[in-house]
Design a binder for this molecule. Structure first.
Ligand code: SF4
Length: 114
């Protein structure tokens, strides 16, 4: 049979775009996992607090960062609160966080495409 060259039987552009997104997502995921392993090695502190997230102590989290442009709300792991009644959270650090916080896992948000 023809057309069984891969999991995406569409045109070549769709297949390439899909692969690009998968690689990017996998890279981000593996970077976060690698960072967690490095933190455990460097601090000797169990990094996982709850549900696979890192403990604040393990990443030296502070509620008020002191490096301009490197606050939590500048980080790609930041999750803005859903409402004014909810706390901000983080994809990789456990618990509520401050938009003006900072930790050693800070990763700048990707710049928008030109
Ligand atoms: S700086 Fe740390 S705690 Fe803040 S959003 Fe980024 S990874 Fe999460």
């Amino acid at each position: 049979m023809q057309g069984r060259s891969g999991p995406h039987p569409g045109n070549g552009m769709d297949r390439n775009q899909s692969r690009g997104m998968s690689r990017r997502g996998a890279l981000r995921h593996s970077t976060a996992l690698g960072l967690g392993a490095t933190i455990v090695w460097a601090t000797g502190t169990p990094a996982h607090a709850q549900a696979g997230k890192l403990a604040k102590d393990a990443v030296k989290y502070v509620d008020q960062g002191d490096v301009p442009g490197k606050d939590c709300d500048d980080c790609m792991h930041y999750i803005a609160p859903a409402s004014v009644h909810d706390p901000a959270t983080c994809r990789i650090v456990d618990g509520a966080i401050s938009p003006h916080g900072h930790c050693i896992a800070f990763t700048p948000k990707p710049k928008p495409a030109p």
